[in-house]
Design a protein around this ligand. Sequence first.
Ligand code: COA
Length: 384
Amino acid sequence: MDIGIDKIGFYVPKDYIDIVELAKARNVDPDKFTIGIGQDKQAVPQPYQDAVTMAASSADSILTSEDKKDIGLLIVGTESSVDESKSSAAFLMDLLELPEDIRAFEIKQACYGATAGLQSAYDFVSLNPDKKALVIATDIARYGIKTPGEVTQGAGSVAMIISKDPRVLKLDHKSVYMTRNVGDFWRPTFSKTAFARGKFSNQVYVDFFQTLWQKFQNKYSMTADDFSTMLFHIPYTKMGTKALRTLEETVSDTKYAELTKHYQESIKFSREVGNLYTGSLYLGLLSYLVYGAQPNEQLLLFSYGSGAVGELYSAKVQPDFEQVVDKSALQKMLTNRQKLSISNYEKMYQIEYQDGTIVDPITVDTKFYLSEIKENERLYKKSK
Ligand code: COA
């Protein structure tokens, strides 16, 4: 039975900052941010948006009432959770008007969460072929104002429906994975911003890619010639480039040129959005589906979550994917955004809702929003 991604949707907040303006405000050469880090814009969420509201928006963009009846599993992968106990998935039941015979939970392993969700969904559909699974990656990447990581922030969500006979991407069930206890990135429960040993994280990421690529080739007797495209976890686009470059000496010039061209197509969205944490790999997939993918093309996907877990797996683009992926709607979502000045972004960054906050719906311009914090419980609403 073929199993994989049947639909894929994306949500990005409407506000963004320009990375050249950020560089100037921080007295940094703009080339460092646009070339050295590889970013152009960075999505900025409103204070009434969080991992739950963005997850609702990305899922809402793909779910039909027919899908809702068929879903038996809902997994939210996030490292920006709003509650230490209740899962984001439980909040989504009302916002998305889902029937209650669903197994719903949240999963956390840094940027690997969505891949963990995707592979669990594969298993679920294998056992329940008439059911579908909804897997959502949703995150707000925050390092803090004027920190080295500030340029690698971002926000957004990617939602995927996993089913049999998928129309977007068939998972081949060829996968290798590994876990090591590594201190490259962490966010203690008291902190809204992440702590990172950024350069060390780069080294671990590249090491995981090389180790897994070797394992994959040994396990399946395959080489780079079996793939036309490799998609990487891209918290910022330079990071994937570092992994890709390790192949330069080991593959033919033609293959490396092909992989590089396709990699450039896969990072177009990320350059405009920034870091989605667990959604980053899947934003790369979406970008590639919009700008480069060909029917029946064989892809290799590298997922990495600090701490650290890595997985390398293969998948095949399905013949009719263009009928399911609404390319112009995705591009419009990015072009229809509004630019925030750096000073307004800094002001917005400081806003933190406390218990007792009631959000005036008139000030809200998103479909799903945090409406109130009452007795320390977050309450959400869908705009009429
Ligand atoms: N023009 C072009 N490139 C420039 C430049 C200029 N004027 N100035 C610097 N650069 C390049 C550097 O050579 C470097 O490239 P390299 O990585 O290929 O060596 C890059 O820009 C970054 O410079 P660096 O001095 O390393 O930047 P930094 O000390 O500010 O740190 C990060 C950058 C990415 C490590 C930091 O932003 C960070 O910690 N981010 C968070 C880490 C993260 O997201 N981890 C994810 C875990 S999955």
